[in-house]
Design a protein. Structure first.
Length: 108
């Protein structure tokens, strides 16, 4: 087995290509005995594989950025809720104190 064929076999097992395309590559390889064509197919598959890995890395980076933005917004939102809750509690306490003062003034 040529080295290129062994590499192509390994690539075809692991590359993110659909079954039909993989079968087409195998058909082309079976129909010829030219080492140059095997090498060209290997280079094409390697290029495709690298391109997919780069695209996957960009996607992961973007998803990480989106997740970080989401987490920051959740913190801001939670902080706003906490601040509003404290404000409502302060208002309730203030109203209770005012009511106590009113009650004490009624007794005078």
């Amino acid at each position: 087995m040529h080295m290129a064929l062994a590499d192509i076999t390994s690539l075809l097992k692991n590359i993110a290509l659909d079954r039909k395309t993989k079968l087409q590559v195998i058909t082309i390889l079976a129909a010829n005995a030219d080492v140059k064509i095997e090498e060209n197919i290997e280079m094409l598959l390697r290029s495709f594989d690298e391109m997919n890995k780069d695209e996957e890395n960009r996607l992961i980076t973007r998803l990480t950025e989106i997740e970080r933005t989401f987490q920051e917004r959740v913190k801001v939102f939670a902080g706003g809720i906490e601040k509003t809750l404290r404000s409502v509690q302060d208002d309730m306490y203030r109203n209770d104190e005012i009511e106590k003062i009113r009650q004490s003034l009624k007794g005078l």
